[in-house]
Design a protein. Structure first.
Length: 620
């Protein structure tokens, strides 16, 4: 009897311990998100009830595409985190977004309606066949009366007309339903949410000496997210400072909605290679290919079936300049100097990288069918995790107002400068759906004093461009990106804010001004070609006329050039560059002057070129 009771107590104890060690599902909520240029760090919080001893806690419905090495867990309470492991769950599919679920329900309802209408149409078609097959009246032995014939004809005519009308109505109804179905299919294709995508699970093993209620903070890095900088540049007139609104266009395809989260925008990029480069020998040879600079690229992005893909992210590789395709799959992006490739990415498709070769580049996206392999990681210590998260808020608050006269107005963000990046902590909660679309987040507004001048290179373009030169711009922590230009209350178009090609002064191009006209005309009376012995001598003269139709005086910069010889056999002499700065090494000629309202000014460029008469040189 004693042995039986002992064995029963052992079985009960083992069963109790086994139940205590079963994983306990944890309900967590996203509280903070730090968005990097590529990727985002998600921080979830969960309140947990712990018993005395070891407890296994499991976080479910975590995005599948996370960086496993980035998983960190910190506990708040009198307990210890023993280990952390990650796995994929192929049975519990990642929860679909509400928008996708609603569209799929509509798709099913429309399919059912189309089936009903097709059945109705079949009934009317069969009734028409039945009438036509039984239209013979009377027999060979008995003729039909005229009154009966008239009644039969009236019946056939009336019923056939009614059947034809009903068939037309049903056909029109089916066509409208099919059109609606096509639009829903296109929207579902754009959202690109996989039905069979697994979800991640993160198991956390903790130990507690007493039964308590604690708090866990789980953080991890996701790849399908990022942000692109953009700017609104506004100038009231040339007597006022430049107003620059710094914005972040945030996007994410992680599969989970960021709802009312504390958002931080970081200029860091965890996916970027952190190793220092090595400078290899530069070997120079003949017949080096020349590269034509492309300043803007446009194109159409489709899938393998030729269907347009809206919302595709297109980025100039190695920069923070990017855009997205419109509803018809078209895009246009400005290209900075030195850029070599474009990168196109879209949820459910492989990222495409193409060398920039032309101003028109169409892209075909290929579905991403790579298999997902299960990954398990263990051994995350609590000390290491706690130190990593504890240092997250460290940093020095930037105070650029002490170093220059520019004013910085926080819109909804607090700026923090760290050792290798800058963070903008958004002061209000934000919601970013997981649909891959870009959502603008205003961060800061700068009011910077600027020196305004008008620039024209009439050899390339007769239009005059207003520019604003800003000093001490480094304090603003700007990244290169597209800028929307507003001048005197009007939208002028887009430009590039290029921070890589500036020194101590940032030059912003504010668009064209048609109130200043410039013409460049070849002076025929002073252009000639002569033969001197074994050499030819060509003389070229260009007349540049500038007229200011604005109501105030303006500062102008006019640039032209003379050719630069690459061989001693060719000699170039510039004979007329009065009042200009000349760069002998580049051949650039630059005039700087002020031009009063309603005044005109003429400039002249004249040069002579001597070269062997056996050679042919293009001088225009």
């Amino acid at each position: 009897m004693r042995i039986t009771l002992f064995l029963l107590s052992v079985i009960v104890s083992i069963t109790h311990l086994k139940g205590a060690n079963d994983p306990k599902s944890v309900s967590s909520k996203i509280e903070e998100v730090t968005v990097f240029l590529e990727g985002a760090q998600i921080t979830r919080s969960a309140s947990v009830t712990l018993s005395n001893g070891v407890t296994n806690l499991i976080f479910k419905e975590i995005p599948v595409n996370i960086n496993v090495q980035s998983i960190q867990v910190r506990g708040e309470g009198n307990f210890t985190v023993l280990s952390v492991s990650h796995s994929l769950n192929y049975f519990d599919q990642q929860q679909k977004r509400k928008e996708v679920t609603e569209l799929e329900d509509q798709q099913k309802n429309i399919g059912a309606q189309i089936e009903i209408e097709n059945n109705t149409l079949a009934v009317y078609q069969n009734e028409e066949i039945l009438l036509l097959e039984n239209k013979k009246l009377g027999s060979e032995q008995q003729a039909i009366k005229m009154t009966d014939l008239k009644e039969a004809a009236d019946f056939f005519r009336s019923r056939l007309l009614e059947i034809k009308k009903k068939q037309w109505e049903v056909t029109q109804s089916i066509r409208k339903l099919q059109e609606q179905q096509t639009r829903i299919n296109a929207q579902l294709t754009a959202l690109k949410t996989s039905k069979d995508q697994p979800s991640s699970e993160i198991m956390v093993t903790v130990s507690s000496k007493v039964a308590i209620i604690g708090r866990l903070l789980l953080s991890y890095l996701v790849n399908d997210a990022g942000w692109l900088p953009s700017y609104d540049v506004r100038v009231k007139d040339i007597s006022h400072p430049v107003s620059i609104t710094y914005k972040a266009n945030v996007f994410q395809n992680t599969g989970e909605e960021w709802k009312n989260v504390k958002l931080t925008i970081s200029t860091g990029n965890p996916s970027q290679n952190g190793a220092k480069p090595t400078l290899n020998p530069w070997y120079l040879g003949y017949n080096q290919p020349s590269v034509r600079q492309v300043t803007s690229v446009s194109g159409h992005i489709t899938d393998l079936d030729g269907a347009a893909l809206p919302g595709v992210n297109v980025i100039v590789k190695g920069t923070t300049i990017g855009t997205t395709t419109n509803a018809s799959g078209y895009y246009t992006i400005l290209i900075p100097s030195g850029a070599t490739a474009l990168s196109a990415s879209f949820i459910g498709y492989e990222t495409q990288e193409l060398a920039i070769r032309d101003a028109m580049m169409n892209i075909t996206m290929t579905p991403d069918i790579a298999a997902l392999n299960e990954v398990v990681v263990t051994g995350y210590g609590t000390d290491k995790v706690s130190k990593s998260l504890a240092g997250k808020a460290a940093g020095i608050t930037s105070d650029s107002q002490k170093k220059n006269k520019a004013q910085i107005t926080p819109i909804v963000a607090t700026q923090q400068a760290k050792q290798t990046n800058v963070e903008f902590k958004i002061d209000i909660p934000y919601t970013i759906p997981a649909d891959g679309k870009q959502y603008a987040v205003d961060m800061q507004e700068y009011s910077a004093p600027a020196y305004y001048e008008y620039y024209c290179a009439p050899k390339l373009d007769n239009d005059v461009f207003l520019t604003a030169r800003i000093t001490d711009w480094e304090e603003y922590n700007l990244l290169e990106g597209e800028a929307n230009l507003f001048f005197e209350g009007m939208f002028l178009g887009k430009s590039l804010l290029d921070v890589h090609n500036t020194n101590d002064t940032l030059t912003l191009s504010l668009g064209r001004d048609k109130n200043i006209t410039v013409t460049r005309i070849k002076g025929k009376d002073f252009s000639s070609k002569q033969l001197l012995g074994s050499n030819n001598k060509d003389t070229r003269t260009w007349e540049i006329t500038i007229r200011n139709k604005k109501p105030q005086s303006v500062n102008l910069v006019i640039e032209d050039q003379f050719p630069v010889p690459t061989t001693k056999e060719v000699e170039v002499v510039h004979t007329e560059t009065k009042g200009a700065e000349v760069e002998e090494s580049t051949g650039k000629i630059r005039w700087k002057f002020a031009l009063a309202s309603a005044q005109s000014k003429k400039l002249e460029v004249k040069y002579e070129v001597k070269y062997p008469k056996t050679q042919r040189i293009v001088l225009e």
